[in-house]
Design a protein around this ligand. Structure first.
Ligand code: FES
Length: 145
């Protein structure tokens, strides 16, 4: 997989004027553009922001919605926090783990949409009131009638 150069990273993140408070928006821009944030991209961000690599890595690896490995297939993050679990997200996840979609499913923490539980994250959007079928539709793996 081709890695962007530091100059490409600099163009992608724009003029942040060494503002480390912009780290999370910068990481989001990289995910939008490249689909993930590699160690080499983190190193470039470290140079641009003049912050330690460990700080960049710490933030990038903390958030489950910032892939730090290449994404080779669609991913759906199913919230398994308390409210979503009470609304059935674990049952949806268990059912999906029995389908061809099992490699696309991963757990995430609260997505801040508890009132619409159970909730998932896919394709840069929040999916609310999820069911096994609604997640399979998003993944393009609908079950045939
Ligand atoms: S607990 Fe799932 S979105 Fe908050």
């Amino acid at each position: 997989m081709l890695e962007p150069t530091t100059e490409e990273i600099r163009r992608t993140i724009g003029d942040v004027d060494n503002d480390s408070s912009q780290l999370l928006p910068i990481l989001w821009r990289l995910v939008d553009r490249y689909g993930w944030v590699s160690p080499s991209m983190m190193n470039s961000v470290s140079e641009v922001l003049r912050r330690p690599f460990a700080e960049i890595y710490g933030v990038a690896s903390f958030y489950q919605l910032i892939p730090t490995e290449p994404v080779t297939h669609p991913r759906v993050g199913i919230c398994l926090d308390v409210t979503c679990k009470m609304a059935g997200s674990q049952a949806v996840a268990n059912a999906l783990n029995q389908t061809a979609a099992r490699d696309s499913i991963h757990p995430v923490a609260c997505l801040g949409h508890c009132e619409q539980a159970p909730v998932a994250w896919a394709e840069n959007r929040v999916l609310t009131h999820i069911t096994q079928d609604s997640v399979l539709r998003v993944l393009g793996k609908e079950t045939q009638p």
